[in-house]
Design a protein around this ligand. Structure first.
Ligand SMILES: [Zn+2]
Length: 158
């Protein structure tokens, strides 16, 4: 749902409104309009409805318009290859999204932790390929497999 930001800005500018004016019409803070336009936040459905009524469009029409603008934008720029992950924070964000914030082994949402498939201690990288989410108990089992039960016993019992 990242079609909203730039296209909202485009629609707003078509009317010649400042962020402040647009925010006042929506009865929200200017900083929130800024957040939508920079795609740091997505407008909630009620806000979208309000935006639609300001532009005299039904919610459907508004969404169609935003999507159509998004498509135009998309066709103009060359398709982007897989996003470059140049920071650990980015890798982290993408990885948590990919694994849907739950254990990749048992699907549990409880006590989910990051796990290096190839252990960090043995040179495993913090990369999308090497990282996955595991819940605490699956993580402990994986660690036991890697390091041997004896060594883990010391950690678990200490
Ligand atoms: Zn699990």
């Amino acid at each position: 749902m990242s079609y909203a930001g730039k296209n909202l800005k485009y629609l707003r500018k078509l009317r010649g409104w400042t962020q402040e004016e647009f925010a006042n019409k929506l009865k929200i803070k200017r900083s929130l309009v800024g957040a939508y336009e920079e795609e740091r936040a997505e407008p909630r459905i009620e806000i979208l409805e309000e935006i639609g009524s300001i532009f005299k469009l039904s919610l459907d029409e508004l969404l169609q318009k935003l999507v159509a603008l998004g498509l135009k934008e998309y066709q103009r720029v060359k398709p982007v290859a897989a996003p470059r992950l140049d920071s650990k924070a980015q890798t982290k964000r993408v990885m948590w999204e990919r694994d849907q914030r739950r254990c990749t082994n048992c699907g549990s949402y409880f006590a989910v932790q990051e796990d290096h498939k190839h252990p960090k201690a043995w040179g495993g990288q913090y990369s999308l390929n090497n990282m996955r989410l595991l819940c605490r108990s699956c993580n402990q089992r994986a660690a036991i497999k890697h390091f041997g039960a004896k060594k883990m016993d010391q950690h678990l019992n200490s």
